[in-house]
Design a protein around this ligand. Structure first.
Ligand code: NAD
Length: 255
């Protein structure tokens, strides 16, 4: 049986850690050549090395998703190395804690720059190389669908990613390119640790317990839960899906 991303070239942004790293490994396992893009060159190199160790194909790329020139250069390098581009997973993201009353302009702008502008710039750069049958997977969050206290900029930014996805899906459907967005519930990664500790008034364990009550399925997400959804949306198995908002969230938004 052929692998699910056989002969495909994928770029995963923010692939040096957490969900992005798990997705890069999963894509490679399913036959994709993976360009591992991250702000941190060391983190990108580590993920690429993990893929190499499993006899997969990987290229580490250091770039900031806020910078168009860096992205064009990195994405061109991936295409030169692997001979094409079929999948873009716009996963890189940062959080921002605070209500509107106590969020600084700098924090607001940083959150939008990485999560929203980053998704726009990576997509624009990748689209120079993507043709019919390609897929873009954007990373939203349950915070883009429901309100989360003290997460104002993050909720607004992820809501923008959901809207952008729908708009991109319509614009790109005539070109045969699908665009979907994943809105995960809480997954325990370096990004979420400070948020969980804050929710427990500084006590991480208490923060985890307070978060868990929102999850009918009785646990938080694991990076593999989200990587598997990304894999499906990236693959031809999702050929009739575009503009979809997919919620691996343990039932959190079903309530
Ligand atoms: N962890 C969760 O609970 C959760 C839930 C919903 C959505 N998400 C989203 O999933 C994505 C990944 O989150 P994670 O929890 O794996 O985070 P993480 O912090 O573990 O990994 C994020 C990676 O993105 C990279 N990155 C940050 N800014 C960048 C930039 N400007 N350019 C390039 N790379 C950059 C970081 O270096 C890091 O390697 C984010 O978009 C996040 O908002 C996470």
């Amino acid at each position: 049986m052929s692998k699910r991303l056989q002969d495909k070239v994928a770029i995963v942004t923010g692939a040096g850690s957490g969900i992005g790293q798990a997705a890069a490994l999963r894509f490679a396992e399913e036959g994709a050549a993976v360009a591992v893009l991250d702000l941190s060159p060391e983190a990108a190199a580590t993920t690429a090395m993990l893929i190499d160790k499993e006899d997969g194909q990987a290229l580490a790329l250091a770039a900031d998703v806020r910078k168009a020139d860096e992205l064009d250069e990195a994405i061109d390098a991936a295409v030169a190395e692997f001979g094409g581009l079929h999948v873009l997973y716009n996963n890189a993201g940062v959080d921002s804690r605070g209500s509107v009353a106590d969020t600084s302009e700098e924090d607001w702008e940083r959150c939008f720059a990485v999560n929203v502008t980053g998704t726009f710039l990576c997509s624009r750069s990748a689209l120079r190389h993507m043709g019919r049958g390609s897929a873009i997977v954007n990373q939203g969050s349950v915070a883009g669908l429901v309100g989360v206290p003290n997460f104002a900029a993050y909720c607004a930014a992820k809501g923008a990613v959901v809207s952008l996805t729908r708009s991109m899906a319509l614009d790109l459907a005539p070109r045969g390119i699908r665009v979907n967005v994943i809105c995960p519930g809480t997954v325990f990664t370096p990004l979420m640790e400070p948020m969980l500790a804050a929710r427990g008034d500084g006590d991480l364990q208490l923060g985890l317990e307070r978060t868990l009550v929102k999850y009918p399925i009785g646990r938080l997400g694991q990076v593999e839960d989200i990587a598997n959804v990304a894999l499906f949306l990236a693959s031809d198995e999702a050929a009739f899906m575009t503009g979809s908002v997919v919620t691996p969230d343990g039932g959190m938004t079903a309530q």
